[in-house]
Every structure is written in C-alpha cells, then in structure tokens.
Design a protein around this ligand. Sequence first.
Ligand code: KIV
Length: 289
Amino acid sequence: MTTRPRTAGKLPLTDLAEMKKRREPIVMVTAYDFPSGRLADAAGIDVVLVGDSAAMTVLGHDSTTPATMDDMLLLARAAARGAKRPLVVADMPFGSFQVSDEDAMRNAVRFVKEAGVDAVKVEGAGPTLSRVLALVGAGIPVMGHIGLTPQSATMLGGYKAQGRTAAKARELLDDALALEAAGCFSIVLECVPSPVAERITEALAIPTIGIGSGRGCDGQVLVFHDLLGLYEGRAPRFVKRYAELAGEIKDALERYAADVRTHAFPGEEHTYAIPDEELARFEAELVER
Ligand code: KIV
C-alpha cells in the first residue's frame, strides 16, 4: 500500500496543480457523513466530494436531480466535520445554480459558511461559465464537471459515455478550456473516452479528475458506495470494487437479529450492575407498594 507523506493541516488547494506538474495522481472519493469523511481522511484521500450522488446512494432517489440544498447542506456539514485534512468539495445540486448567478452565489456561500466546505462543484459549461466567474470572483474555489453530467442526463440521451465523435470531443475540449479560463481549479471528466480525456488533460494547466475516463486524467474519483460495494447488484462498468460491504453488513444484521430472538444478546458483559444492598432496598420498596 502506498500513502503520501502528510504535512499537518488542510491540504492547500494550490497543491493540486503542483501534483499535476509532478504527475502525482490526485485521489478523490465521495463522502456524505461524518464517518465516511473521517475514514477518507484517515486513508490519506486528497479530496472529498460531497456529491449529489447522495440523492441516490443515501436518500434512495432514482436520479441526482431531487437533491435539495437542505439535503446537501446537512450531508456536507457532517462530512466536513470528519474530513479535516482533505479538501472538501460540495456539489451544487440541480436548481441551486442553473437559474442565475445570484442564486449560485447565495447557495455557494451557504455551503462555505454553514457547512464549512472548501470549494463547490458545478456541472456543465455554456451558461455555467458565468456562474464560475461570479463564484471565483467572490473567492469561492470551483471545480467543473463535464462529459456525462447526471443533472442533465435526459438531455444527453441517458447515462452514457460522451465525446465519442470528433465534433463532440472537440466540444468537450472547448468546454474544458472555457472552464479553466473562467477560473475553475480542477475539472471532473465523467465517462469520456480515455484518449479524449488524455488530450483534454494535456491541454489544461489545471488538474482533471476522471470517473470512467481512463488513467490519462490527473486524478480519479469514485463513489463511496460503489467502491465499497455498499449495495447489492451490478455497479457501472467504470467502477472497481475494493470491498463487498453490503453482504458483510447484511450478514452482521442477520446474526444480531438471531441473537436477540434467541436471547443470546445481550450477555452479562453488555449490562450494568447495581450494588446488592441497593437492589434489595429497591425490591423491598416494590413489595411495600
Ligand atoms: O455526485 C457525484 O458523486 C459526482 C461524482 C460522480 C463525480 O458528481
């Protein structure tokens, strides 16, 4: 196992660009609560993303679009309490930045002030560029996200790879360059063919973080529940599972239920004592009543 030597305190945002220059891969993972934030920190993860994938992984929706600012603030606040060393990035949920620069500003400020995150992430380019300019102008670091952008999956024809024609690949490159020019400190490339992601990465001074976009990106991100196997059933093609925790958790819960039903739990070692004389007095009082 390889872990980087750690300096004390929060990873400086500017270190990400330095890591790109040194060709040192940036490790990002999603986290949505205190324990997952704390575990990511303990594992030496560089960036924790409080993704709006929480709408699906944590809140049980079918897509990311129902996530609200209130949902995301609650989760981001908890994750940021756990992740002290990694940079914590909050995903701006659908509807929190699409309408206007003012909305984007108000909601991003809430993430920074109320949840204590270090940066925000916005999906898309085009109209999103003016949001990035506004937020960065106000001193809020912004991560971009292009390729498969789940908040607009319907417009993209579903959850599928993007940039698979020369024209579409060119569009993605132009979007990435425009996001960089607008001030993004990093860009997520989701489900972009590896050679296209590699060319985009080479064209940018800021780091790219890939998900389903191959090893030519400057870093990688995976969803916590995907990489830990926290649900049963098939994961997307680009996921590598490092554990199968859903099975282990279900097994533990089944053993707990069986122990309760057979009185095997709790045992003496799980209970608290009362001095004999106090118990005798208590029982005497019961008889007198
Ligand atoms: O919401 C999320 O988890 C994301 C990552 C998949 C990049 O946007």
